[in-house]
Design a protein around this ligand. Structure first.
Ligand code: ATP
Ligand code: MG
Length: 226
C-alpha cells in the first residue's frame, strides 16, 4: 500500500525553457527536495536506448508531447519510489495526466513560472548542454570556461534536437493549448502560486529574471514548508 502522507509533493510548471530545471536545482539544494524532471527522465531513457526511450524519442525530438499512457506509468512509478519532499518538474502537462496524479496523491502546492515568450525563444537559442550530466551553459549568461566544452569533463557541448527554432515554436504552442489551461484548475483549488520576477525590476532589466523569481520562490516555499 502507498502511504500518501509520507510524501510532500510540490509541482513546478511553466513554459518550455522557462527555467524550471535551473530553479528546481536551486530549490532542491535549499530545501532537500528529490527533483523529478519528466524531460530529464525521458532523455536518460533515450540515451540508454530502453524500450520506453525508443518509443518516446520521435515525440521528444519533434517537440511533441509523449502520449499520456507512457508518461503516467513512468512518472507515477518514479514518484512512489520517493519519500519526503518531491519536486515534480514537467508533469502533469495534460488534463489526463493531472487527473491520474490527483487520483493517487495529494499535491501540496504548485509553483508556476511566468516568462514572456520573446525571452524564452532568446534563451533557448543560446542553450548548450553537456549531455551526460545535464549541465547547461549559455554564452550570454553562463559561458563555459572553454568554448564548446563542458567545464568539468572537457567533453563537447551539444544542443537539444528540440531546441531548434521551429520545434521551440511548436512546444510553445502545445504549452499554451494543453498545459496552460491546467493552471485554472489549480487556481480553483487555491494551491497555485505564480512568479514573474516583476517584483524585482532591476534584476529583470539585467536579464536576471531567474534570480528575481528565485528570491520569491524561496520565500514562498519556506513559508509553506514551515
Ligand atoms: P525545459 O527543459 O527548458 O524546462 P521543456 O519544459 O520543454 O523545457 P522538458 O520538460 O525537458 O522540456 O521536456 C522535454 C520534452 O519531453 C517535451 O517537449 C515532451 O516531448 C517530453 N515531455 C516531458 N514531460 C512530458 C509530459 N509530462 N507529457 C508529455 N511529454 C512530456
Ligand atoms: Mg526541463
Amino acid at each position: 500500500a502507498i502511504d500518501k502522507e509520507a510524501l510532500d509533493v510540490v509541482l513546478i510548471t511553466g513554459p518550455p525553457g522557462g527555467g524550471k530545471g535551473t530553479l528546481s536545482k536551486r530549490l532542491k539544494k535549499e530545501f532537500n527536495f528529490s527533483h523529478l524532471s519528466s524531460g530529464d527522465i525521458l532523455r536518460s531513457h533515450m540515451e540508454e536506448h530502453t524500450p520506453l526511450g525508443e518509443k518516446a524519442k520521435a515525440y521528444v525530438e519533434a517537440g511533441d508531447l509523449v502520449p499520456d499512457e507512457l508518461m503516467v506509468d513512468l512518472i507515477m512509478h518514479e514518484v512512489f519510489e520517493q519519500s519526503g519532499r518531491v519536486l515534480l518538474d514537467g508533469f502533469p502537462r495534460t488534463l489526463p495526466q493531472a487527473k491520474a496524479l490527483e487520483d493517487k496523491i495529494e499535491i501540496d502546492f504548485v509553483l508556476n513560472l511566468e516568462v514572456p515568450q520573446e525571452e524564452i525563444v532568446e534563451r533557448i537559442s543560446d542553450r548548450w548542454i553537456h549531455q551526460h550530466s545535464g549541465r547547461m551553459y549559455s554564452y550570454a549568461f553562463n559561458p563555459p570556461k572553454e568554448e564548446g566544452k563542458d567545464d568539468e569533463t572537457g567533453e563537447p557541448l551539444t544542443r537539444r534536437a528540440d531546441d531548434e527554432p521551429d520545434k521551440v515554436r511548436h512546444r510553445l504552442d502545445m504549452y499554451m493549448e494543453v498545459t496552460y489551461p491546467l493552471l485554472a484548475h489549480y487556481e480553483e483549488k487555491g494551491i497555485l502560486y505564480s512568479f514573474s520576477g516583476e517584483n524585482h525590476p532591476e534584476l529583470v532589466r539585467q536579464n536576471r529574471r531567474s534570480d528575481a523569481i528565485y528570491t520569491d520562490l524561496k520565500a514562498l516555499v519556506q513559508s509553506k514548508l514551515e
